[in-house]
Write a protein that binds this ligand. Sequence first.
Ligand code: UDP
Length: 328
Amino acid sequence: MKRVLITGAAGFLGSHLCDRFLKDGYHVIGMDNLITGNLKNIDHLFSEDRFEFYHHDVSKFVHVPGELDSILHFASPASPIDYLKIPIQTLKVGSLGTHNLLGLAKVKNARMLIASTSEVYGDPHVHPQSEDYWGNVNPVGPRGVYDEAKRFQEAITMAYHRFHGLETRIVRIFNTYGPRMRLNDGRVLPAFIGQALRGEDLTVFGDGTQTRSFCYVDDLVEGIVRLLNSDCVYPVNIGNPDEISISEFAEEIIKLTGTDQKVIYEDLPVDDPKQRQPDITKAKDLLNWEPIVDRSEGLRITYDYFKSLSDEELYRKDHQTFEKYIIR
Ligand code: UDP
């Protein structure tokens, strides 16, 4: 039986990956330090014989007994609010954490797939973003801790591939949404849906002309599985090219939720990218992959999930008290 280690297993993407690899017959070892992850996302897996969970911070030495075929490194804070609250942990998990896991992959002779991000393109001067664009990142801005950690992560992963001959894969993930996103992590989709559910106005930052392209989580997971099983060593974008402005997106959420609240405009965060859309030619050509869930369908499923949360979850400011876990 194949064995896979998934870091960030209690997070949004990590938990969906655990589901998928269990469904595909793997033995799944999940790891998470639970700073931004939530055990509720994987509660349903603890009864499964082929699932194990380690409560561990991958920025420290990682030990996993037994063989490993693959490692998927998905541990990282992933929203602008999180980077501001836990900037040093964000840097460490992308750099030290990746280094530890590459070392583990080398010892186990495992294939390593790292979760990179469209943030490596920064506020892009090229549109849509293809993998050969090197990006426009501000290293000293608030997003720098995430963007530069992810850029370093790609560099060290390529170095392990070139120097040690390690089998490596790099996925550049664009905005993704679906059930199990954290309601109050500040990202736009949970922010808007949470506001609608609480009867608050929807906060659009800036003038709302900035664009994003949202991919449903099941499509992303399918792309990741195909990439892992491919021989593509260089980064591959996985995302949905269906681009929308944030103010149009707010209108879609208003329609979806039937809220009678209005849109209010607030200041644009520093270094907020003006536009973002993946060029997925490479994924289409090399992985025969493209997204199949359109936004209306994906948003409906995601809205049903958020509606099912308790009032306590709906009104809580954070799902976790970061301070409790932070080791400075
Ligand atoms: N945004 C917004 N209102 C919110 C939260 C976010 O208008 O309540 C905007 C944000 O400024 C950005 C876009 O929505 O332009 C997407 O933000 P998110 O944090 O989801 O992701 P990222 O900026 O990393 O793509």
